[in-house]
Design a protein around this ligand. Structure first.
Ligand SMILES: [Zn+2]
Length: 164
């Protein structure tokens, strides 16, 4: 059995950012704008007292809609994904809905955010051996190809030094 398809079996919960910034409907548009600017993100999930998703407020909502509170300008019926959604399905949503970030739900509650960047990071963990073509999934830098033992699998010098 080859394990080339490891990434296809990964779920959203494996790659999502669990530290998610959310806002309530009664937060002012100005506060939401500050959060978006500060954290350089394009959208914030809007939740109720029980952390249940009620909408998403995006950069576009902030600059294009009238209203003083998040509840007035947010997009209701926002697209979200379940924590156990396949990454392939998430990619599909990113491509077809032209969105960059999706709230991740577990039993209706927001438990994370998954972004295009999270998926890109996953792709980067699939190391292609330049010698034999074997693809190996590894979180860290791969020293040698497990199949042909070639050592030039990590030819890039762009790898971050430890502790960076
Ligand atoms: Zn190899």
């Amino acid at each position: 059995m080859s394990n080339d398809d490891n990434s296809a079996e990964l779920k959203v919960r494996d790659v999502m950012t669990a530290k998610v910034i959310t806002v309530r409907e009664n937060v002012t548009k100005q506060q939401a704008a500050r959060l978006l600017a500060q954290h350089r993100i394009s959208g914030l999930p809007v939740v109720n007292e029980d952390d249940v998703l009620v909408g998403v407020v995006s950069e576009l909502d902030v600059i294009s809609k009238k209203g003083q509170r998040v509840g007035d300008i947010m997009t209701r019926n926002a697209i979200s994904v379940a924590a156990d959604t396949n990454l392939d399905d998430v990619s599909h949503i990113f491509v077809h809905e032209h969105i960059r970030r999706l709230p991740v739900l577990e039993q209706g509650k927001v438990v994370g955010i998954v972004s295009r960047a999270d998926l890109v990071r996953e792709v980067a963990k699939n190391w292609l051996c330049p010698v034999c073509g074997e693809v190996t999934y590894s979180e860290g830098v791969l020293e040698r190809c497990p199949r042909c033992l070639a050592t030039d699998i990590a030819t890039t010098s762009e790898v971050s030094p430890p502790g960076s």
